[in-house]
Design a protein around this ligand. Structure first.
Ligand code: MN3
Length: 248
């Protein structure tokens, strides 16, 4: 199997720490055994860059009791999270097949699957790593940023508690850093994704709201997109790619 020398920006850097400790009871250990150590494995060229793997938990299944009991955590990690990993690999394989055969009719469907399972995989991986048996309080630059952007740790906790509790239906509460605004932000995510994959750095965007093309192209959106793709500033895209790789 070929390995990419550089990590794909989409890939997760999953530390090998605690691997041995977690391996005994871990479903993920079976997958990690053959991997590069990131928990994601380089795949053949053209296939999307990585074959995704279920990372082992960074602690034993009973380590979070009584907040999360062992039965719940085994099911959540070993069945639900694994479902997202498998679904993401399947969607990326189908997209590869579409590129190879030229039958692009189901791209919308497989991108929806990519967004759903990709965001599920990323958010669950973060969730496991965000937790520890002991808990604690933020310190240093993060504590200062929380104070600056929310007023106090207590005020942050209040808003995070409300935002997460008030998610409509299934979803997530998220504390994020917004690089454009250089500030922290609390977000809600419904389901996992809303057609994004969390953690992606945008490199090239194309506006297809009607105001972007309708005066000139009316309903011929495809002609507009084709024209835009002929006018891309690839130097700018490459510069963004370099910056995004530096952040990974
Ligand atoms: Mn879940």
């Amino acid at each position: 199997m070929m390995r990419h020398p550089k990590p794909n920006p989409l890939s997760l850097r999953l530390p090998r720490r605690d691997f041995l400790r977690a391996a005994a009871g871990s479903v993920g250990a079976l997958y990690l055994g053959a991997s590069s150590g990131r928990g994601e494995e380089a795949a053949a060229p053209g296939s999307g860059g990585v074959r995704h793997m279920l990372p082992p938990l960074p602690y034993p299944y009973n380590a979070l009791e009584p907040v999360i009991d062992e039965r719940t955590l085994r099911l959540h990690h070993g069945v639900h999270h694994r479902g997202y990993v498998d679904g993401l690999n399947k969607a990326e394989a189908e997209l590869q097949r579409a590129r190879q055969t030229g039958d692009l009719s189901l791209v919308k469907h497989w991108l929806r699957e990519t967004a759903f399972h990709g965001s599920g995989h990323i958010l669950h991986t973060l969730f496991w790593e965000n937790l520890s048996p002991r808990g604690g309080e933020p310190s240093g630059a993060l504590a200062a940023a929380i104070e600056r952007d929310f007023g106090s740790l207590a005020a942050f906790r209040g808003q995070m508690q409300a935002a997460t509790t008030q998610v409509e239906g299934s979803g997530w509460g998220v504390l994020g850093y917004h690089p454009t605004f250089a500030s922290l932000a609390i977000l809600q995510a419904e389901k996992h994704q809303d057609l994004t994959v969390w953690g992606v750095a945008p490199l090239l965007v194309i506006d297809v709201w009607e105001h972007a093309y309708y005066l000139q192209y009316q309903n011929r959106r495809a002609d507009f997109v084709r024209g835009v793709l002929d006018r891309v500033n690839w130097n700018e895209v490459a510069a963004r790619y370099e910056r995004a790789r530096g952040q990974a």
